[in-house]
Design a protein around this ligand. Sequence first.
Ligand code: FES
Length: 291
Amino acid sequence: MAREFRLRPSPNADEATSESGYSLDRRRFMRYSFNSAAGVITMASLGSIGFASLLMGTKDDGGGNNSISYWVPKGQEATVWYGSKHLDTMKKSDFEGQSQTSTTKMAGAQGVWGGMPVTVVYVPHEENKNSPISSGLPRFQFKDGVDQTGAIIGFGGEMEEDPKWSTLKIHDNIVIIMSRCTHLCCIPGWQLVANDFTADNWLPGGLDSGGNKLFCICHSSRFDPTTIEKNTNINKSTGAAFNYFGIKRTGGPAPVGIPLIPFSVNNDVLEVIDFEAEGVVEILDWYTYCN
Ligand code: FES
């Protein structure tokens, strides 16, 4: 039986009344989440500093396509490396090629899957993981994670060791991240604005210093896509707390990190894993912290 989710009323009344109350299945949930994100950004009135360029629309993929598509932020067609790929299917080889143009050999892009904004980040982990950390070469790291009070609730490396989370294991030098900020649900981006946090450099330890952070333009929260933590957050509809694995929040008002999305690489195409079919339905709860 399809899993249903009860959500709070959407800021878009037309959308809310067109659905069956506020009880949504997965496909409609993803679309709802995406539209709400755009509404939050619109209300934030950030156009004066160009942040309206981050508004993202909805790709209706019919609910049966697990591939991820590029999403080119408005006005950035000429500045992002994937500017000519809007709504093209994301391929691993694209990121491998682009990574060769950077100092750190990292590459990232904004995308959309099932109506939900995502950020994809390539890190040359396999090439660098055995080099001394003092070499300063990027790789994924696992750290203890905290709740909103700062209390440690678990270790990011649990997802590598516990068979239950096997779909989340780091592979193919890539992480896919839900692109909703844990502060007020704006859409963080990878190198969409230029500052010290987004510059093409890397420091170990999940620190706020060093570049290549996901940067949320609404209130300047930062997230390190190379540092994986176990975190906790709250389902906005039910008030229930849940634990999840995600990238570390390093600074700004966001209280915790952002959840990972399990994926596979199928003939070079990035595809989200059907985590319900894999028997880990709680992963869907990880994406309920926004309206
Ligand atoms: S919504 Fe991201 S920092 Fe406020």
